[in-house]
Design a protein around this ligand. Sequence first.
Ligand code: DOR
Ligand code: ZN
Length: 423
Amino acid sequence: MWIKGGRILDASGRTDVFGDIHIEGEKIAGIYPGGTNNAAGEIIDAKGLWVIPGLIDMHVHLRDPGYEHKEDLMSGSLAAASGGVSTVLCMANTHPVNDNPSVTNYIVEKAKTIGLVRILPTGAATRGLAGKDLVDIAAMKRSGVAAVSDDGMAIQDSAVLEGALQEAFRYGLPLISHCQDRSLSGHGVMNEGALSRELGLEGIPKAAEDAMVKRDVELAEKIGKPIHITHIATMRSLEIISEAKDRGVGITCDVTPHHLLLTQESIRGHGTNAKMYPPLRDEVDRMALIEGLRTSVIDCIASDHAPHARHEKALDFKDAPFGMLGLQTLLPAILKIHVDYQIDILNLLACVTINPARILHIEGGTLQPGERADITIVDPNQAWTFNKHHIVSKSTNSAFIGATFPGKVIFTIARGRIIYSQN
Ligand code: DOR
Ligand code: ZN
């Protein structure tokens, strides 16, 4: 297969050239800047399009096993493929929780049968996500988890987190930390401030995140092991991470498209679809995160794809579950950030390709010859408005409904096979 005449953008080598890509079997066989005449076989005309590595989304909830009415591995795979995402890291808050090899094996085997995108399971750090007893991380590693995380349930006990960090490191697995001090967040459901008071809803102070990020930094520094902080949402936590990086602490972080493009004001129009954890914050936080992309303090952008059924999101704001969809709007949101804030496209693409590949120690995220042929082709000039009809997930909870994006995914290729094409 040949992809001809596109603009090839690969952050791993800071490549930005027009040319052809040759795919043989499951691998990238060669890149030809300027193009080549000796192309035979299936040809994709990419003139006017961008050709980029398939996206790696390092934070998704696929709900399978146990909550298949929200999403399952098949519908989640289709959503990923249509979003240009060829690798997902799925979180462990399934039912049962992925805290033992039998659940991991189920996910790995089902993903193999589906055979669309690469689905990498995350193992829970503690049994039942209860924050107390560590899982058998060695056994989880053997059964195929790519990371360890109690996402959704932040580990409150610092000694437990320290043990998890040590064990995860010992088995070469990154530890992903969702930062939330529950003694501060209480039963809060949105950002604490004037709007929460106006709406009569219990607020979550920013300090609930900031204090936990600070704790995680101190622990990582003290024991000299790396930690990845997921979905940061406040200006202060970004500052803490930036200072820690300057000191040489092994810390990395990701941010979601919704925290980059939306604020708590979205609750007015989108109601419970704008309820997520961490909550949407203020404009100052949002703009700080945008600047964190510009300065590359933020390593990754991950969707926190969190499907919930219509009847669940139809509950009162205080009772509805946290989260919104993200797989199909991840790349469109990145294109919007590039256009609206003039942030270098290679820096942005690094956040969904080579950076997560490095943090997760996995192959992919690059277009180097010899690498797996996971490639996404984008039309950067096809503006469109996201609506319910575009959604291929089982759920439709998104605060991006009605948002306009400047560009669209045209093809998704995974291991040399087209798994999505527009129309
Ligand atoms: O918004 C969220 N949704 N945040 C979480 O931490 C969990 C997730 C979910 O599982 O729905
Ligand atoms: Zn989370």
